[in-house]
Structure formats: structure tokens, C-alpha cells
Ligand binder design. Sequence first.
Ligand code: FE2
Ligand code: FE2
Length: 253
Amino acid sequence: MFLKTGNVENQRIYNVVDNDFRYAKVLDSFGVNFYKCGDLTINEICKIKGIKKESLLGYRISLDESFDLDFGTLENSPLNLVIEYLKHNHSYFIKNKLPYIKDLISNLDIEDKSYPFFEDLKFIFPIFYEDFVDHILEEEKFIFTHIQNLSSSRVKGSDHAKLFFALKNISLKEIADEHMNEDSEMSGIRGLTKNYSLDNIDNLHLKVIFQELKDFDNELEIHSDIENKILFPRALELENLISDKIRNISFLN
Ligand SMILES: [Fe+2]
Ligand SMILES: [Fe+2]
């Protein structure tokens, strides 16, 4: 395989990360903090840590290979697959993306008075993290489970009394409206970082944090779009269908 990574091997880690922030993540995955060894070259760090250079460069390339399903594919997929895909996103956010950003933020040591917002970011990020985990848990525990129950009742047919009460107690319409209208969880961080603008930011560690936050924000927007434009409309359709069915059954009885 031809590695399109340019000639990074002999460059200093500082320059490599400055040109391409994703190398910070690559190095982190191999147990290397870019901010602790910016003066070493990639070749040197590979030797010191016993890392295979090809693996490191190969991993960088793999980060550009998207395994995401596009919107059109998901629109035409069964509801259960859409839910599995959303759960997969959740686990990637919680187990991979956010712990990495959290680590970057907590390891940043800035004395520079030109970044007064940084103390606020250090304070606000863990709060955002906690709220975000709550949002995900609620979706998985209650909303997705309810939709999956509706969906499987359509295939298998099931306890109509149980479904009747579930439909009575959970209003998908309210949940969907609330989800659609709520501000992005990232809005506070967007404001604080002036929309992740790198203008006037010289510190490389901070630049990487901003770029990672922006990247996560974009991924979260796509994720929420799938929930708002595919999951909820389809679930509401299903809810109507099943409500009609139950009404007909009780009418016939
Ligand atoms: Fe979600
Ligand atoms: Fe959501």
C-alpha cells in the first residue's frame, strides 16, 4: 500500500502535528504525548518507544478512511439498523473521542495570560461531558428501547395491553420536539472558543484541542441530524401505525 503521509519521518513532532493535528491522536494511540516530545522526529520517537513506523503511518491513513454510513443509506435502512448505528456512534464518542479530548484539556498547562478563557474551558468541559453522557444514557435506556419494542411488536405481534400502556406513558412526539429544539450541547464551548477559531492561538497544544473540539462538534451535528431527520420521523410513523392497530383491536373486541 502506498502511504500518502509525505515525508514526515524526519520531521520534528511539533511540525508534524502543527501541519496535521490528527498526528497528535495517532501518537497518543501509541502511548506518546506529542506535547512532551515536540523536538524529537517521528523516526527518533519510533526508535525510543519501539514503535513500527509503518504502523504509525498506517494508522494515520486509516483515520481518513470513513466507515460511516451516509445519510441516504441510513434513510433506506431498517429502523433497528439506524438505532444500532446511533449506538455505535455513542460508544465511539464516549470510549474514544471524548476521553482523548478530556485528557488533552486536563494536561494543558497554560500560564500565558493571552488565553484567559482557558480556565473556563477546563471548568466547563467536565460539566459538558457529564451532561452528554446523561443524554446518551437516556436515549439508549428509554427512547431507543421503546422504539425497538414498537418495532419488534410489529414483526412478532405482542402483548397489546403492555404496548397500550407504553404508548400512553411515552410521548415520542414530545421527545422528538424536545430533541429537535434543544441547543447543541456544544453551544457553550462554541461560544467560549469563538467557534474554534485558531486566530491568535499560537500554543500548539491548544490548537490541537480546538481542532478536536470542532471535529467532535461536526460529528455530533451529523449524529443529531440522523436522530432528528431519520430516527424520530420513522419512529413517529411506527407509533401511529401501532396506535391505530391497537385501537382497531379494542374496537373489534
Ligand atoms: Fe444520540
Ligand atoms: Fe441525541
